[in-house]
Design a protein around this ligand. Structure first.
Ligand code: SAM
Length: 226
């Protein structure tokens, strides 16, 4: 999968893309993530990418021309263009699964008061929010999206079963995990996990996943039933 990130802060991505699954996926050539500096597509000597909104409101807006040019410089027939925005579809595992099937994703990271509305009207295929709160830019949101997509790509995470048992994949939350020591300050690991009985361990994990989901996210149980 190829991903182009349109941003005024390419440096924002240097460290995160060099860590964990995002680094591994790029090293294995399973993903190619390229930052595109929006300012390279400005036409004036000051490399201006923002301007005042019509109507006299406070704040600055990212201009349409550099964004259109930047997207058009990387867009192909198979490209899927996403605007990161608090007003978009709220990201969940179903959307991540859907996006993990794309061959080429272009992500537009907004800044300031947002982007000129004509970008949303005429340039993008999708508008994605990472939750009902407002960030100062789309960069952190795009990283959340890239990491969630990357870990689903075949060959990125070594143990496929590990991904399959994660929260939301089956529709439930994941069961709890414990590691050594078996007794930490008197807090003991549940006996069944050290019993060596694989069937009993599986039953315990299934019960725990159902119990935790009912307690913490009853909406997920309802979604499974619908
Ligand atoms: N005025 C906009 C509004 O209220 O809808 C918010 C603009 S926000 C300060 C600047 C940029 O941050 C947005 O254009 C978007 O790219 C990004 N952003 C902020 N919150 C986000 C969220 N929850 N999900 C995805 N992107 C977000």
């Amino acid at each position: 999968m190829r991903i182009h990130l349109i941003t005024i802060f390419p440096e924002f991505f240097t460290s995160p893309l060099g860590c964990g699954v995002m680094r591994i996926a790029q090293e294995k050539k399973l993903t190619e993530v390229v930052t595109v500096n929006l300012r390279d597509f400005a036409t004036d000597t000051y490399r201006t990418v923002d301007d005042y909104p019509f109507g006299g409101f406070p704040g600055m807006i990212l201009k349409p021309e550099p964004i259109f040019r930047a997207v058009e410089s990387v867009k192909q027939d198979n490209s899927y263009v996403i605007l990161l925005s608090p007003q978009g579809r709220t990201l969940n595992q179903d959307i991540v699964n859907e996006l993990s099937q794309k061959e080429h994703i272009v992500m537009i990271c907004g800044r300031y008061k947002g982007v000129d509305e004509r970008v949303r009207e005429h340039l993008i295929n999708d508008e994605i929010s990472i939750g009902d709160y407002v960030l100062s830019g789309g960069e952190a949101a795009s990283l959340a999206l890239i990491e969630a997509i990357t870990r689903l790509l075949p060959g990125v995470v070594g143990d496929k079963e590990s991904v399959a048992s994660d929260s939301f994949i089956s529709g439930l939350l994941d069961a709890p995990y414990y590691t050594r020591p078996q007794d930490f300050r008197g807090y003991k690991v549940p006996e069944v996990l050290v019993s060596g009985n694989h069937q009993k361990v599986k039953e315990w994990r299934d019960e725990q996943a159902m119990k935790l989901t009912k307690e913490k996210r009853p909406d997920l149980i309802k979604k499974l039933k619908d």
